[in-house]
Write a protein that binds this ligand. Structure first.
Ligand code: MN
Ligand code: MN
Length: 416
């Protein structure tokens, strides 16, 4: 609390000529904030202060939540951000995993993300899911295996920025390669998906009567006595040998699968490039095996992923590098701005208008993911410039020169 002496001093010294209402506000603010005589003399509005306890580093990372832009609505919309740093790691010898699902981020009802690290030789054990699995390699390299619907084998090595896609029910594995294994982001097209809700080889064997397994495989029960009694999930083993040898032995007489479950993102040119950044769009038109669509976006410092929306699907985001902010304009006169940095998940519901601005000093790189076999967006600029001009000018109260200056084609990343 402010002491009377200071208040009295202020009144004497600084407020001659200031209206009595302003003086009353200043005195009231002083009573709660205290010890800020110099600042109070400069401004009588003390509303933009926060004298209470603050998690300073977290507030500094979220300036648009701490002090939202005036354009945000007062009636807010639920959070559309969840940092993977808040997610609990499942740790094993051989690696770890952590997930952000609809439990952590309630708005993310159509997709979920699992972040996983495997050491060199570390294995995500043979398994399959009820959901489709899409993935991007964030670090290092890995060997992935699967079989297609005809039982034909698929074995491939993937490196940073490469993708894979395993449809629901298709069994697969992932193993870290040398020198330092891998880290990757898995995206599943069910919001309530969980990595712990998968069909694992070890689990399955542990829950089948030994005599049934013996009859099924045509081998003696004794030969199966060392089968794992509980799930492996992730475990450490040796780094595998040459890829060609693994491919040949796995294929056997049936031959290799004609389906490529992997996609080499950097071998394709950017779908769109401007002076402010670039985007690579990969959907089923280029990555035939996949029915999840991706845009890998790079925005240079000062650039903006232009105002747009997606008519066909929700957008699940993962921030890979840098810092940015996004405003989502929702229905019912509501809008909210949130800040993002490497490691955060973001989410935009289908049809809602949004932009992503690079607010950092380095490139901003992030993923836009869609539960759809095709990518689709609409640009606000493109819409306004392909509508009768008089109609647009009457709405926005702008002159013809201003309307004419708006880009007529979708830029994706601006300034051009
Ligand atoms: Mn999987
Ligand atoms: Mn978008």
């Amino acid at each position: 609390m402010e002491n009377d002496g200071t208040k009295h001093q202020l009144s004497r010294r600084g407020f001659l000529g200031v209206g009595s209402a302003a003086l009353a506000v200043a005195a009231g603010t002083m009573a709660v904030s205290g010890g800020m005589a110099q600042e109070t003399q400069r401004s009588t509005d003390r509303s933009a202060t926060d004298p209470g306890p603050t998690n300073t580093p977290l507030s500094a990372q979220n300036p648009d939540s701490a002090w939202p832009p005036a354009t945000d609505s007062k009636s807010t919309i639920p959070t559309f951000k969840y940092p993977f740093s808040f997610a609990n790691k499942r740790t094993y010898e051989g690696g770890w995993s952590r997930e952000v699902t609809v439990r952590e981020l309630p708005v993310s009802h159509s997709m979920a993300g699992v972040n996983m690290r495997l050491t060199a030789g570390g294995v995500r054990e043979l398994h399959w899911h009820t959901a489709n699995e899409w993935a991007i390699v964030l670090y290092g390299s890995a060997r992935i295996t699967g079989i297609d619907r005809d039982g034909k084998s698929f074995v491939a090595d993937v490196k940073q920025n490469d993708l894979w896609f395993f449809p629901s029910g298709i069994p697969h594995s992932i193993q870290g390669l040398g020198p330092d294994g891998t880290e990757f982001m898995l995206v599943f097209d069910e919001g309530d998906f969980s990595e712990s809700d998968t069909v694992l080889l070890s689990d399955s064997m542990a829950h089948l009567p030994p005599e049934v397994l013996s009859k099924n495989f045509g081998v003696a029960e004794l030969a199966l006595k060392n089968l794992p009694k509980q799930e492996l999930f992730i475990f450490q083993t040796a780094v595998p040998g040459a890829l060609a040898a693994d491919q040949k032995t796995a294929a056997g007489a049936l031959g290799k699968s004609p389906t490529d479950f992997a996609f080499r993102t950097m071998e394709m040119p950017p779908t769109k490039r401007t002076k402010s950044g670039e985007v690579r769009i990969v959907d089923s038109s280029t990555f035939k095996a996949s029915n999840i669509a991706m845009a890998l976006v790079t925005v240079h410092p000062g650039g903006l992923r232009e105002l747009h929306w997606h008519p066909n699907a929700d957008e699940w985001q993962y921030y890979i590098v840098g810092k940015g902010r996004m405003t989502v304009v929702s229905t019912g006169n509501r809008a909210r701005t949130m800040d993002f940095q490497a490691g955060d998940v973001g989410y935009v519901e289908k049809t809602l208008l949004h932009y992503i601005e690079n607010t950092g000093e380095t490139d901003l790189v992030f993923l836009e993911m869609f539960k759809s076999s095709f990518y689709q967006d609409l640009s606000l600029s493109e819409w306004l410039t392909h509508t009768p001009p008089e109609l647009v000018m009457a709405h926005l109260n702008i002159d013809r020169a201003t309307l004419d200056a708006i880009p007529r084609d979708e830029q994706v990343i601006v300034p051009r």
